[in-house]
Design a protein around this ligand. Structure first.
Ligand SMILES: *Cc1c(COP(=O)(O)O)cnc(C)c1O
Length: 412
């Protein structure tokens, strides 16, 4: 069977909707179109039943109770609500203290965590942006060293979306618990792929999103702990008081039902998916790294998700590389900003140089990735890199054994 091109290897950006998810949603656009807030008739009750069922699936997936799940529009909103909502609720009384409270995060977090933290910084909170070691993993020790008496919140992702590395969330949670500090985790890349239990993992607040787990876009959830401690948040959106006042607005019933189905399917299939994808990723990495010299996998080699890899290829130019692998839909180590192509701040945060960051590829696999697709990607990337290197005088010099770091370049 001919391979359909381009091959999709960007599941960390978004996943296709599972057909079972689509099926579950359809009735909620038509027969069961009611407003889940309508208390007086069957239309409302049916919609509410759908939402209740979805909440049960979401709660089960993470070992929480239904009342602890707040539906949102996705992880960006969940992160904003958790971080700003907690900061405003738990800020230290201004009397006597210069800062409104201290927050700990990390420079390689998603923008949906970094930007709320930067806003809070402008508003008078103190924020520590931890710098990860070269393997990208934040440990409890690092968090402990940054803790202060006025620390109110730690917000760290469970797994990184660009390099797939896994932070020591359970241990960090234990530390936070001991110090009476709240822990929020952006678990968008983790939940639904890896087993999660908010009690065993010591989590107070947790964000995840439908479209990263084969559900619909524009729907997600925030876990908010209700016991030991009962976490309070200042809501960011005022209105009808839905979702226990945390998040006003008529519920996206069809989207929420789809999200629930995505959670149910994830619970049943994550283990087998992870095992299969781990093998495929190994096949991909082993082939690329053994066949392409001067290539390197970014981030910790073991502490990472089974389906994401990020590889830098020396002596190729980043834009050329993306053009040459256009039959593989993946992400590069470059981020388009309005004016220019910037090297990924995540790779830079690990200490990867600008050139090497630009010539990196993030390949992320999913439920329907096949071995045939992996083998195709291997051949395409090997071909692309060797073609680009044929045009690289630097690569020639490197092959001749010249240490490029010691070359004195002519300046004009
Ligand atoms: C995709 C992603 C987000 C944003 O999620 P949305 O639901 O698209 O808002 C936040 N954090 C991480 C780690 C992600 O991978």
């Amino acid at each position: 069977m001919a391979l359909k091109l381009p091959v999709y290897m960007d599941h960390a950006a978004t996943t296709p909707c599972d057909p079972r998810v689509v099926e579950s949603m359809l009735p909620y656009f038509t027969e069961r179109f009611g407003n889940s807030g309508s208390r007086n008739h069957k239309f409302g009750w049916e919609a509410e039943e759908g939402v209740d069922w979805a909440r049960e699936q979401a709660a089960k997936l993470i070992g929480a109770s239904e009342k602890e799940v707040i539906f949102t529009s996705g992880s960006t909103e969940s992160n904003n609500l958790a971080i700003k909502g907690a900061a405003y609720m738990y800020e230290k009384a201004p009397a006597g203290s210069k800062s409104r409270g201290h927050i700990i995060t990390c420079i390689i977090e998603h923008k949906a965590v970094l930007d709320p933290c930067k806003r809070l910084q402008k508003e008078g909170f103190d924020v520590t942006f931890l710098e990860p070691p070269v393997d990208g993993v934040i440990t409890a020790e690092m968090v402990k060293a940054a803790m202060r008496p006025d620390t109110i919140l730690v917000t760290l992702m469970w797994a990184n979306n660009e390099i797939g590395t896994i932070n020591e969330i359970r241990q960090i949670g234990a530390l936070c618990k001991e110090r009476g500090v709240l822990l929020h985790t952006d678990a968008t890349q983790w939940v639904g792929k890896m087993p999660t239990n908010v009690d065993a993992d010591n989590i107070d607040l947790m964000s995840w999103s439908g479209h990263k787990i084969y559900g619909p876009k524009g729907v997600g959830a925030l876990y908010v702990r209700r016991h030991r401690p009962r976490v309070r948040l200042q809501s960011l959106q005022d209105g009808g008081g839905q979702e226990r006042g945390f998040r006003s607005g008529t519920l996206n019933v069809a989207g929420i039902v789809g999200f629930g189905m995505a959670c149910e399917v994830a619970m049943a299939e994550m283990e087998q998916d992870a095992a299969r994808l781990g093998k495929l990723r190994k096949r991909l990495e082993d082939a690329l790294v053994s066949r392409i010299d001067s290539s390197a996998i970014n981030g910790h080699r073991e502490k990472r998700l089974p389906h994401i890899t990020n590889i830098s290829f020396g002596f190729v130019e980043g834009e050329g590389l993306m053009m040459a692998v256009k039959n593989i839909a993946c992400s590069s180590g470059s981020a388009c900003t309005s004016a220019s192509l910037e090297p990924s701040y995540v790779l830079k945060g690990l200490g990867v140089g600008d050139e090497l960051a630009h010539s990196s590829l993030r390949l992320s696999l999913g439920k329907w990735t096949t071995e045939e697709q992996i083998d195709y990607a291997i051949e395409e990337i090997v071909k692309a890199v060797s073609k680009l290197r044929m045009m690289s005088p630097l690569y020639d010099m490197h092959k001749e054994g010249i240490d490029l770091s010691k070359v004195e370049w002519a300046h004009h």
